[in-house]
Design a protein around this ligand. Sequence first.
Ligand SMILES: NC(=O)c1ccc[n+]([C@@H]2O[C@H](COP(=O)([O-])OP(=O)(O)OC[C@H]3O[C@@H](n4cnc5c(N)ncnc54)[C@H](OP(=O)(O)O)[C@@H]3O)[C@@H](O)[C@H]2O)c1
Length: 257
Amino acid sequence: MADRKYPWRVVWITGASGAICGEIARRLAAQGVTVAATARPSEKLDALAASSEHITAFPADVLEPDALKACGAKVEAELGPIDMVLLGAGMYVPFDIRNIDLDGFHKTMALNVDGVINGVAAALPSMLERRQGQLAIMGSLFGYAGWPGNGGYGASKAAVINLAESLKLELRGSGIDVTLINPGFVDTPLNASYDPKKKIFVMSKERCARKILEKLPKKPYEIAFPMQVEGFMKTVRNMPRALSFSLVRWFIKAMGA
Ligand SMILES: NC(=O)c1ccc[n+]([C@@H]2O[C@H](COP(=O)([O-])OP(=O)(O)OC[C@H]3O[C@@H](n4cnc5c(N)ncnc54)[C@H](OP(=O)(O)O)[C@@H]3O)[C@@H](O)[C@H]2O)c1
């Protein structure tokens, strides 16, 4: 590989105009990695591409599977084989059980779940042919346990966590690595509508991108942080339900939210 710090020559990123994946794109490009940046057409995407000779914009909607497949093929035709795809397009919509925003719920599930599998379907066939590649999927620690006010986003990320497990099991021996990335709260526009009192151990997008890129080259199955939130959410996940519900209720009360 031409690049020394990272093991990839070409990386395809969806959600590249966003806070976390945009930061990752810039950091990869700064080290000479060729980045194919996908999001819907926007000035933000153009500005990202203009920020480095190593970043090229490939606008596409991850909700359109055929267009996304064509986009992946275009990336490979123009830049070469995709060594890693980072599936980062995602959204959060508040969930109020007494006033359910069905449209918001459906949109969240579509983008956070269908958007991921559409990206996998677009990138995987060529990786399988080459018997080489890495699928990196943005999940969330909040996919590990139900949480008041988080019914839509949490359900979508739980689906992604399950999907990543299936992919990991199924792709064994194929030469394809699967990495699930589960951050806690990151200070980005995605969760601007979330009650600030309920955000715990919030980190900056810069810190988040740095922590992801520290571990991603080693191709682990999961990258999860911060450890306090990881520990709490996984403990809740593994407890008997009667206890976990009490613990989450106590925790939320203790936060004063
Ligand atoms: N922020 C957090 O606290 C946090 C924590 C854990 C995990 N995550 C996950 O990390 C990922 C990035 O989060 P973020 O906070 O950086 O989000 P963000 O800044 O809101 O970025 C979201 C990205 O998704 C893209 N997108 C939305 N709809 C799309 C569509 N139909 N087709 C293509 N792209 C689309 C957006 O671009 P356009 O709208 O311009 O198309 C944008 O690039 C998400 O999967 C999120 O769930 C975030």
